[in-house]
Design a protein around this ligand. Structure first.
Ligand SMILES: [Cu+2]
Length: 502
């Protein structure tokens, strides 16, 4: 789930996490591929047309998946540029996030994306100089006010023929910014107001692009919530790529799909906003998908079969508490297992082909409380065959280790990628408690409780010494759970953890 927040309200550790993730994607060449996906799309297939909104929604969703992957934070959301409070003196333009306006030549010289630290690319992907911004130079208009957003959100229908920049009335066209007799509005105004690198089709070179489009997307989301009887248009008859069930231009295949129809429900694709405008009703939470055949822990195998080539069977496993679990198949088929979760059929944890007996698959790992999904197919997509599947817990031997308040630190390690270690401790009187890690590893600490392993209280990345985590807060009497993982989902390392009353 991606939690999208007002960029001005991000804490310093949230800013650092986001900036580091963007810089990592830039270093890996992934960020520039996003720039090119936008720059090399046919302008008229993704702008000035109905698909403008769904195309950019999917595009943001894809970047968000990458940010979540490199940060190791599955809830990281792209923050939105809240236009009414996002002018030049807003804190999103501080040097710990975007850096500010360009200098007299328009060059950005401070913040993480400053000259020397960040190069923009041209539409061929070739580095072509520093990031540029010229706030307010291209327009005399101010950024949209809340009153203007309220006006916009009353516009219907979604879009209208001729499905371009002359469409009127059209919510899409108005939000995109073409329906104004005093120059660029809303989306267009944001691009023009920043100026510099935000003007051409390579505008995703400026990370504010994503925050800007996140605001555009949030407004579409709010419009959808306010006007549940309105819907995406056109269903058919418009140029290919624009109709609700056409694949969108320059959009790769992905689990959620690539048609406008696939991205119409933000909540269903895992997007949540910290705040909506006062007149917008909250989205109805998507009910937990009760997909898959229930597979009960420690009750013996279920037999099943892949009766058609290429078939997948999905199993749902409800894990009651943190422990080591073994999910495996048996029989004569060459099975392949993919495990998803917690509470998601999209978030892959791991996969296995032949870890079990003969050609069976087997996954052994620590799971925290939640619902998990095991997908079984046969290794060969041409094969059919029977198998049995079971899940067992090793819970009796590995009960959750206990930390004692004010005792010396307990040593441990993240020994495999993606592992998380969980500890419990008892608070016997209400007082300040400090939970912290020490050692060479960049740990990430989550605190749960009291008396409930799933109730998140607080998370921390780097408040301890160097890259260690530290949480200090008043805890009332009860049992608490501390979960430690590596900040990077790809790394391992040793650490020590302690709880003290100070
Ligand atoms: Cu665009």
């Amino acid at each position: 789930m991606a939690l999208r927040k007002d960029a001005n309200t991000l804490t310093s550790s949230e800013r650092r996490e986001l900036v580091n993730a963007i810089l990592q994607l830039k270093a890996d060449g992934i960020y520039d591929r996003f720039v090119l996906r936008h720059a090399n799309a046919n302008m008229m297939s993704i702008h000035r047309c109905p698909a403008f909104l769904p195309w950019h929604r999917r595009y943001l969703w894809d970047l968000e998946q990458e940010l979540q992957r490199v940060s190791g934070n599955p809830n990281l959301g792209i923050p939105y540029w809240n236009w009414p409070s996002g002018a030049e003196n807003a804190s999103m333009w501080n040097d710990d996030l975007l850096g500010g306006n360009g200098n007299t030549q328009g060059i950005v010289t401070s913040g993480p994306f400053r000259q020397g630290q960040w190069q923009v690319v041209n539409s061929s992907g070739v580095a072509s100089g520093p990031l540029r911004r010229q706030f307010g130079q291209g327009t005399s208009r101010n950024l949209p006010t809340v009153a203007e957003l309220e006006q916009l959100l009353q516009t219907t229908p979604f879009d209208s023929s001729p499905w371009n920049m002359r469409s009127e009335p059209s919510f899409r066209n108005r939000l995109e910014g073409w329906l104004s007799n005093s120059g660029p509005a809303y989306h267009n105004l944001g691009h023009v107001w920043v100026g510099g690198s935000m003007l051409p089709m390579t505008s995703p070179n400026d990370p504010v692009f994503f925050m800007h489009h996140c605001m555009v997307d949030k407004l579409w989301h709010e419009w959808q919530l306010r006007l549940p009887n309105q819907s995406y248009q056109p269903l058919s008859g418009a140029p290919f790529g624009q109709n609700q069930n056409d694949p969108m231009s320059n959009t790769p295949a992905a689990s959620i799909g690539r048609r406008p129809a696939d991205v119409l429900d933000s909540t269903a694709i895992g997007i949540e906003y910290d705040q909506l405008l006062p007149g917008t009703p909250n989205p109805t939470p998507t009910p937990e998908p009760l997909r898959g055949t229930p597979l009960t822990i420690d009750t013996g195998p279920i037999t099943a079969q892949i009766s058609r080539p290429g078939e997948h069977d999905l199993y749902r496993i409800v894990v009651p508490r943190f422990a080591e679990y073994v999910i495996e198949t048996s029989g004569n088929s060459d099975t392949f297992m993919t495990l998803f979760g917690p509470n998601s059929t999209l978030n892959e944890i791991t996969r296995n082909d032949d870890g079990g007996v003969n050609l069976n698959s087997k996954i052994t790992l620590n799971l925290s409380a939640g619902t998990y999904y095991a997908d079984i197919r046969l290794y060969s997509s041409a094969a059919i065959g029977e198998y049995a599947i079971s899940v067992t817990s090793a819970a009796e031997e590995t009960s959750t280790p206990q930390l004692t308040v004010d005792a010396p630190a307990t040593s441990a390690a993240i020994s495999v990628r993606n592992e998380s270690d969980i500890y419990r401790f008892n608070v016997t009187r209400r007082a300040y408690h400090t939970i912290e890690t020490t050692g060479p590893t960049d740990t990430y600490l989550s605190l749960f409780g009291p008396n409930d392993e799933t109730l998140l209280i607080q998370e921390d990345d780097d408040s301890g010494s160097v890259y260690n985590s530290r949480i200090r807060r008043i805890l009332s009497v009860g049992e608490y759970y501390a979960r430690v993982r590596h900040y990077s989902s790809a790394a391992t390392g040793s650490y020590a953890i302690s709880v003290s009353r100070r």
